[in-house]
Design a protein around this ligand. Structure first.
Ligand SMILES: NC(=O)C1=CN([C@@H]2O[C@H](COP(=O)(O)OP(=O)(O)OC[C@H]3O[C@@H](n4cnc5c(N)ncnc54)[C@H](O)[C@@H]3O)[C@@H](O)[C@H]2O)[C@H](O)CC1
Ligand SMILES: [K+]
Length: 500
């Protein structure tokens, strides 16, 4: 059974809006599912909805409206607050519709009104819509008394239905102080992590997972909702908090490491150091005063560079290695010698040629690895052709990632990102991005996000941001776009998603 965290559910909601499926539509379906579950339960029809001021309450307003239209139901809604306190447009809209429905509503200010109103003891069935995935911190009043009153009526033998999650339970399974005891929990779209543990079971009663019409792509493709999960810059941040990235690249090529470094800066890293062979250090430094360039010993990365690289690696959060290195035997040997010093590393381009099965095994557990191959590099990594069909490619990426204990970002028209357990697809980007250097930009972007986020999320969001920046560049330059145009657009995508 697929179950998900509240963060992921929120991301899916946001991705739905991005695709044009709006919260009001999802709420209507959620409320209709609640009404259906109530209709399936025998009872006298005297139903009390106890509603909070968020969208959990919003679902209850919809369900109350649906139920009130059925002969034999006497429907009441207690709102824990005033209507002006309702937190979202869609919930407020649905509360406003109750005045045109046969629903009695009561807006209460403090918990003393709750017990005094008598509605709890007069009801034959109660619906818990105080809060769901939006609970934060210790339970305040009047929500706390509302939970107690629902549980008092449950003890008197009345059925209680919980909307999405019994109020008070932590949606992600962390500790909780108290919660509603329900006979039935109707949860939306996917099972929630927090409903599954032993402690939760005595609160949930039977659990029913109901579809509410979420479009598959909102869950299968990276979207703005996933970017919302990325670490946000803290106001009190100081230098280095937003990530220190070390780029190890260059040799035959000098542009590639510079592109990766500039992309890492544009994606929000505080400090980006570019370690390049001495022969091109001056050239790379001349590209931009924003780059901190450390010269290595020769004209290609070689084992002698192990004299300075471990200290450099230790003073950075993540290493991005590969672009422009070339594939000289001594360079590939140096890559293999460097890896054991890394804690977090993005391996791209020529560095991928240094990888082998045994190397993955020795690194497993000590180093978190993201590989960013294109299909030819992926074929070499796996030692076999990259499968032709999309489904076969997706399976190959998932199996490879699981087997090697890495996150794989397989670049393509549709990027495939997997850590072996979860897989996301990305469709941003355009044919103009086949121009040289966009892979270096992606690797630098990935390293920047990885310096302050989990590997899988960093790779998935980097794929999305890189392609979306490329789409903005395409709008202006068409197929003549350059990798430097993509770098320029990264900040717009990050600002748009308010993760800057
Ligand atoms: N795709 C979906 O799964 C859909 C889910 N829906 C429902 O939306 C809620 C989540 O709604 P949200 O507005 O984010 O938060 P909640 O309503 O769960 O709670 C916020 C509400 O609760 C108050 N509150 C929070 N913490 C406390 C506390 N410690 N003490 C007192 N009060 C607290 C806060 O002030 C807010 O008023 C989800 O569970 C689903 O039911 C969508 O409707 C449909 C799609
Ligand atoms: K609830």
């Amino acid at each position: 059974m697929k179950y998900i965290s509240s963060l992921r559910m929120k991301a899916i909601d946001t991705n739905c809006s991005y695709l044009g499926l709006f919260p009001l539509q999802l709420m209507e379906n959620a409320g209709a599912a609640i009404a259906q579950s109530i209709k399936e339960k025998p009872g006298s029809g005297k139903v009390l909805f106890v509603a909070g001021r968020g969208n959990n309450g919003g679902d209850a307003f919809v369900a109350a409206r649906h139920l009130a239209g059925i002969p034999g139901y006497n429907v009441r809604v207690v709102l824990l607050g005033k209507d002006r306190d309702i937190g979202t447009e869609e919930a407020f809209h649905n509360f406003s519709l109750l005045r045109f429905s046969r629903v009695q509503t009561l807006e209460i200010r403090d918990s003393s009104q709750l017990a005094a109103c008598g509605w709890f003891s007069e009801a034959d069935m109660l619906v818990d819509a105080i809060f769901g995935t939006g609970i934060r911190g210790n339970i305040k009043e009047p929500e706390s008394t509302a939970i107690d009153l629902i549980n008092r009526e449950r003890k008197a033998g009345k059925p209680v239905i919980a909307v999405d999650i019994p109020s008070g339970l932590d949606p992600d399974g962390r500790g909780f102080e108290k919660a509603v005891y329900a006979d039935l929990t109707v949860t939306f779209h996917r099972m929630k992590t927090g409903l599954l543990n032993e402690q939760a079971k005595e609160h949930t009663g039977k659990i029913k997972v109901v579809e509410i019409g979420v479009c598959a792509d909102a869950e299968q493709y990276v979207g703005p909702g996933d970017l919302q999960i990325l670490q946000k810059r803290k106001p009190e941040a100081h230098k280095g908090n937003a990530g220190r990235v070390l780029i190890i690249g260059g040799g035959p090529y000098s542009g590639a490491p510079a592109l990766a470094a500039l992309a890492a800066l544009r994606a929000g890293a505080d400090l980006v150091t570019v370690a390049v062979p001495e022969s091109i250090a001056g050239i790379v430094a001349s590209y931009s005063p924003d780059l901190i360039v450390r010269k290595l010993s020769s004209s290609v990365l070689c084992p002698e560079d192990l004299a300075i690289l471990p200290d450099l690696i230790n003073s950075h959060d993540v290493v991005v290695m590969g672009m422009g290195l070339g594939r000289a035997a001594e360079t590939l040997e140096a890559v293999r010698n460097v890896l054991p010093f890394c804690r977090k590393v993005v391996l791209d381009a020529d560095a991928l040629s240094a990888l082998s099965g045994p190397l993955f095994e020795t690194l497993a557990g000590n180093c978190e690895i993201i590989v960013t191959p294109h299909s030819g590099e992926f074929a070499r990594l796996r030692g076999m052709e990259t499968p032709g069909t999309f489904e076969a490619r997706e399976k190959a990426v998932r199996e490879f990632s699981e087997e090697k204990g890495v996150v794989t970002l397989l670049k393509g028209k549709i990027d495939i990102i997997s850590d072996g357990k979860q897989t996301l697809l990305n469709r941003t980007g355009n044919p103009g991005m086949t121009v040289g250097g966009t892979g270096d930009v992606l690797a630098g972007l990935t390293g920047s996000l990885f310096s302050r986020n989990p590997a899988f999320l960093a790779a998935a969001c980097a794929a999305y941001i890189n392609g979306a920046a490329g789409d903005l560049a395409f709008e202006k330059e068409g197929n003549a776009l350059l990798a430097t145009d993509v770098i320029k657009k990264i900040s717009e995508i990050i600002k748009e998603a308010e993760i800057g």
